[in-house]
Design a protein around this ligand. Structure first.
Ligand code: AP5
Length: 208
């Protein structure tokens, strides 16, 4: 199965993808996580994209498409994948149609109000990448990852100004992809406003 997860920042794409990848035995590929890892490691790619990520803008289509093309050519993803956060522009979607078209596009429907509340409370594990929320999905021990014991961090791009910019970018450049895939009959829209288990159930029903 080849799935694209499409939705605004904070919609819960990464949270759902983590569970769905395990259940459906798919590789979870998050372009945002690949970029953040490069920034953390201080690689040439990381140095190039750090300021773009921090401000909430988009990395260039050329760079992102090349990165995904390379990742999808690796043998460990041959059993199927979830692309979380790619494509994000029409040129990226057109490129993906040529080298590896998705079968289904899961569109996360959620209000701005919920997005802001989710991003304001998000905490992530810098080591195993698990995602938490201070009230919705808190760790057992405050500020510490349940899975690996690392100290949880707030993402640089969860600042108020960056979130505002990311929402505008989403509406202008990414939301048009819903129409792009709708005419191809591949969009499954899910209500992403419920609890993680309710959202997951809606996702599994939509896939049937
Ligand atoms: P990326 O990492 O893809 O960020 P994003 O799309 O803005 O999405 P987020 O990771 O912020 O949110 P999410 O939907 O995964 O929500 P989450 O599950 O964490 O991209 C980051 C940056 O990289 C971009 O801004 C850009 O610069 C660059 N980039 C990436 N891809 C690119 C591309 N293709 N082209 C160009 N540039 C690119 O959940 C959020 C919070 O809500 C968490 O705290 C979670 O615990 C909580 N939560 C989740 N689900 C629920 C629920 N059902 N109920 C209650 N709380 C919930």
């Amino acid at each position: 199965m080849k799935l694209v997860f499409l939705g605004p920042p904070g919609a819960g794409k990464g949270t759902l993808a983590a569970d769905a990848a395990v259940d459906l035995k798919l590789s979870h590929i998050s372009t945002g996580e690949i970029f953040r890892e490069a920034v953390r490691a201080g690689t040439p790619l990381g140095l190039k994209v750090k300021s773009i990520l921090d401000s909430g803008g988009l990395v260039s289509d050329y760079l992102t498409v090349e990165l995904v093309k390379e990742r999808l050519a690796q043998p460990d993803v041959s059993g199927g994948w979830i692309l979380d956060g790619f494509p994000r522009t029409i040129p990226q979607a057109e490129a993906l149609e040529i080298f590896n078209p998705p079968e289904r596009v899961v569109n996360f429907d959620v209000t701005d109000e919920l997005i802001i509340a989710r991003l304001a409370g998000r905490r992530t594990c810098p080591s195993c990448k698990r995602i938490y929320h201070v009230t919705n999905m808190p760790p057992k021990k405050d500020g510490v990852c349940d899975a690996c014991g690392a100290v949880l961090v707030i993402r640089e791009d969860d600042s108020e100004s960056s979130v505002r910019h990311r929402l505008v970018t989403y509406r202008r450049q990414t939301a048009p992809l819903i129409g792009f895939y709708e005419v191809k009959g591949r969009v499954l829209t899910i209500d992403a406003a419920g609890s993680p288990s309710v959202v997951y159930e809606g996702f599994r029903k939509a896939l049937r």
